[in-house]
Write a new protein. Sequence first.
Lengths: 232, 232
Amino acid sequence: MTETPPISTQDRLLDAAEELFATKGFSEVSIRELAAAADVNVAAVNYHFQGKDNLLQEVILRRFVQQREATLNALEKVVTEAGDRPSLEQVIDTLVRTYLTGTLGTRKKVTFLSMIAEEMTGHHAQAHDVFFKEMIAPVFAAFSRALTAAHPRLTAEDLTWVIASIVGQIHHFIVRWKKARSFEEDSEALRTMLRVFPPVGLTVEQYIEAATDHISRFSSAAILALYPEDQQ
Amino acid sequence: MTETPPISTQDRLLDAAEELFATKGFSEVSIRELAAAADVNVAAVNYHFQGKDNLLQEVILRRFVQQREATLNALEKVVTEAGDRPSLEQVIDTLVRTYLTGTLGTRKKVTFLSMIAEEMTGHHAQAHDVFFKEMIAPVFAAFSRALTAAHPRLTAEDLTWVIASIVGQIHHFIVRWKKARSFEEDSEALRTMLRVFPPVGLTVEQYIEAATDHISRFSSAAILALYPEDQQ
DNA sequence: TAACGTTTGAAACACTTGTTTAAATTGCTT
DNA sequence: AAGCAATTTAAACAAGTGTTTCAAACGTTA
């Protein structure tokens, strides 16, 4: 028998919204479609949250705090566990892995939160201030600290450039995966994409593993070459 | 006196659409708003193009062929001009520079075509097949050839990973710039962002220069370290 | 100038959007 | 079981959407 722990209307809405927004984009999802997916009345959205915009905000925040905590914990763990000198590759691997895992994968439903990328690139972010102060800034700070622990040579400005390069790669690997999944099987576009981006044929877990490995090795190699340690 | 070479209705629509779509996103721009901006009747969109969707397609295609030609020419030039062994950094610099210039900058109006990034990340791409076959594939092929000329060691699969890392960085630097420009001056979000992403204070040209320099050096260093040349 | 096809214009169309209303139902507490 | 607030419901609302219509204006050729 399938256990059916009764889920509240609000949670059902949040779940449906997260999946639909991530899949189709905010503007492309109507409240009626949302209500149908969550099996609630159309008025529920305005009763429980106060409007569609607010629902988006709640969806984003809910995922963000979870993702942020996971990231901060993982980063702190890798720093403390490694004596006090983790390897660059370890630190980057940790960030990339938590990011990709929390965003793409291994979730019950296919309800990934590619909304992080969406928030960065989309046109609908209205929780900007909260998003930057509560999400970007803390993760940036923690990642900076971890990188500095691994490679004390990096200045504050170096860090902004290096981190931008790493985050850029992460987002792109997320987007590519989503894009590939959005194609119909055997479409012309998919076939072209496969020629340009082979790892698309993998499972999510394999993809996360492969992408994490590549980004970490690529980026740590670049950092070590660009900002060499003192030899003494 | 301002020269006023009479611009056709279609071109005025394409121009307005390019700017508005890039700024607010496709779904957020109504045909009436579009018509007002282009100073044409609402029916013009459906008369000259056949519907809003088709207009988007035309806008994208118009920019794409221009961007593609610029990229292909620049890549071919750097390969032939350099004997037949350009440096890795030169090749990457060429791609990044043409990409950023064509996307962010130095255009008459602030009408950048961040629609390339939009096409990749957004939810509205319906010209997928055309886009991949006519834009992505040729540029990928040309860039692969140029990279191979600079660094024969790279296998076909290596290239897909390396190029993904480079393109990811490019897109991210585009998005960050756009995002920063979209903030109100002195907003909390902008202040947070500046702490995390200093180069936002630059002019477009300076930003393009700095970003190009960073991405090229970062990526070529990574490639040289990860795939070392034969020493013999 | 007359007649032509092309382009523009204001208005209307059919439909969807997010949101509100007010009555019906539910779940608790007394 | 009664009363009461919280919730759900179907229906309506006002506003906005992309698109179509068809008459007026235009520009070119005869």
